[in-house]
Ligand binder design. Sequence first.
Ligand code: LLP
Length: 415
Amino acid sequence: MEPIRFEAEVLYVEDMPAATLAAEYGTPLYVYSRRAIAESWQRFDAAFDGFSHRVCYAVKANSNLGVLSLLAELGASFDIVSIGEMERVLRAGGRADRIVFSGVGKQSHEIEAALAAGIACINVESGSELTRIGEIAARTGFRAPVSLRVNPDVDARTHPYISTGLRENKFGVPVDEAMTLYRRAADMPMVDIVGIDCHIGSQINALAPFTDALARILALVDELAATGIELAHIDLGGGIGVQYKDETPLDIEEYAGAIRQAMGHRRDALWFEPGRYLVANAGLLLTRVVTLKDSEEKHFAVVDAAMNDLIRPALYDAWQRVTRVEPGPGRNETWDIVGPVCETGDFLAKDRHLSLAEGDLLAIHSAGAYGFVMSSNYNSRSRAAEVIVAGDQSQCVRTRETIDDQLRLERKFTL
Ligand code: LLP
């Protein structure tokens, strides 16, 4: 039985009706299923049985402490892009030596803190960053394990904002510069070359971009080996797509099969950085209809969640499924589901055929990744609560913000 499913038109998260959760915790509310996260993690992990591998959860997708502690317990490694994310992983019970540090703009204090904590690897994004890491390691006495993030120049054919592996993107080092940089790294006394890394984009539903990228990486691995630089691991990044609407996402076993085939007889350790795949479809955003409103052109359902809670529709024109959480009387129309924020771009969904009445509860599906983490206090809206469901139990893993929480760091101007 799917962890998130309808039974007789009633939406359940594991054994809890979504409506019961909304009644207990209020709306807007992010709800995650423990079983859904655990199952996708185990499926990803099992797909690479027989290979030495690490599944480094990309913390940016959902960095709630409850989610991180659950993944740490499952044995996940972690991919971070800031020292804030490192702190979250450590406080959630994750181990520093299972953290890889990615990101295009690491600051010196972050590099120093990461080395001091003993993280597994820094994915280096440029020559100047490599120099800086070498200097920090020499100054502090902490050795620096590094990979170079190589930009394999492949087209991931995804939304331009989330494509990262093309030459024109800001990410990584071009393949033809990588050799020179590796040689430079090899001469740096406090730097240890441990691997190679690439990440080509997000929500990728085809195999070819991944296998093309791997082929380029493997060619480089061979070239490096020929000059005496041996790597301990190959990090293939994240980016595996999920189903939001009618996409056909990659089957993870198929993805693994293609990678196994491309690896041939090689047995380098493989690292991955999946975010969305592990959590997107494990989460819902529950929201209540505040007002139904008609203009000459459109029917609007104004709900209590807004672009500050879930920005993906506004930012990427992303489509996420919207359903009622239980049946009931309503007006059958084609609705735009919009929030109360004062922006025309404040929509969560457009042109949805639903039967709605004021006070109804709706669920925005596939909201476990890049949902709460991208939320803000725009319009002085307090951020939503987050809950994890396990069987017939639920736990609040982030309390709903209050206006006092929002104002805690501010003061009146008195000069
Ligand atoms: N590794 C690196 C270096 C990344 O930059 C990312 C995502 C990942 C791993 C994880 O990618 P995933 O497996 O989740 O696709 N906010 C956008 C997605 C931005 C992705 C940024 N980088 C969205 O809501 O669609």
